[in-house]
Design a protein. Structure first.
Ligand SMILES: NC(=O)c1ccc[n+]([C@@H]2O[C@H](COP(=O)([O-])OP(=O)(O)OC[C@H]3O[C@@H](n4cnc5c(N)ncnc54)[C@H](OP(=O)(O)O)[C@@H]3O)[C@@H](O)[C@H]2O)c1
Length: 258
């Protein structure tokens, strides 16, 4: 997978996150059973957050929960097919009495290699858009109103450099994936503007994790899943003040162009 990096981009904050900085917080993480979502879950759990994992495959989910438990991290999980708006609504119903402080939309699927626009079957278009764009929208619709009401919350969407207009986002191929990620970037910026760009307590951001060693990224990717998750965790745990920037695309704790 082609990736671009921004050697000129300067990290906003290079400090190590404070121990227990997420104590008392609950993080709901889609795609939390493996890869970058699982790495983010582990990192946030280590900072004190209670973790709620959402993934599709019950056995992989169980394995992820066991791993968190082995590390003494507090967690629970739900097997949900995020392609189904009804299943997401049912999850929201189950969690209606749970205060969610952090929502991470990390679940994702890659396009077929042959998915140039004119060769993309309708079913493939829907498969990729459902998980990479529609599911984050439904998760936001169900779990963000409570954050708005409390004037407190963080939403972190996991995008890709392949969705960037300033990068390889529009250079052709993998059409459903690139277009879904460009849409996820647009959803982030639009929602952030609607919520006062962080001024009303709810921060909405999107991350480019870089090419990572996961089932999606393959074993020869240059970064670990933990490295890909680090900016997600930082966005969840960073301290907020009047100069805090929100509503951006981030890579390695730096704002990068859309
Ligand atoms: N890895 C990279 O190099 C890279 C680069 C740029 C961006 N990203 C983005 O980073 C995010 C995480 O990628 P990753 O590499 O960690 O992927 P991954 O290892 O393939 O994991 C994908 C996760 O998404 C979940 N998922 C997929 N379809 C689902 C469905 N229908 N319902 C519920 N959960 C579903 C999987 O759950 P199950 O285990 O149940 O299937 C799994 O937890 C994605 O959004 C991806 O586009 C990755």
């Amino acid at each position: 997978m082609a990736e671009i990096h921004n050697p000129g981009a300067v990290a906003e904050d290079t400090a190590v996150l404070a121990e227990n900085s997420l104590l008392g917080k609950t993080a709901l993480i889609t795609g939390g059973s493996r890869g970058i979502g699982f790495a983010a879950a582990k990192q946030m759990g280590e900072l004190g957050a209670k973790i709620i994992l959402v993934a599709q495959d019950p056995s992989r989910l169980e394995k992820a929960l066991e791993e968190l438990e082995k590390n003494s991290l507090v967690s629970q999980g739900y097997a949900v097919d995020l392609a189904s708006a009804e299943a997401i609504a049912a999850l929201a119903e189950k969690l209606k009495d749970t205060e969610i402080n952090i929502l991470v939309n990390s679940a994702g699927v890659m396009s077929e290699k042959t998915a140039k626009t004119l060769r993309t079957e309708n079913a493939e278009w829907h498969r990729v858009l459902d998980i990479n764009l529609n599911a984050p929208f439904f998760m936001v619709k169900h779990f963000v109103p409570q954050m708005v009401e409390r004037r407190e919350g963080r939403i972190i969407n996991v995008s890709a450099c392949l969705g960037r207009f300033s990068g390889p986002g529009t250079s052709g191929g993998l059409a459903p994936y690139r277009i879904a990620k460009a849409g996820l970037n647009a959803l982030t910026k639009n929602l952030s503007a609607e919520l006062g760009s962080g001024k009303r307590g709810v921060l909405v951001d999107v991350v480019c994790p870089g090419h990572c060693q996961t089932d999606m990224g393959g074993p020869s990717a240059p970064r670990t899943a933990a490295e890909g998750a680090e900016t997600i965790t930082w966005l969840a745990a960073r301290e907020v003040n009047e100069t805090t920037k929100s509503g951006h695309l981030w890579e390695d704790r730096a704002i990068v162009p859309w």
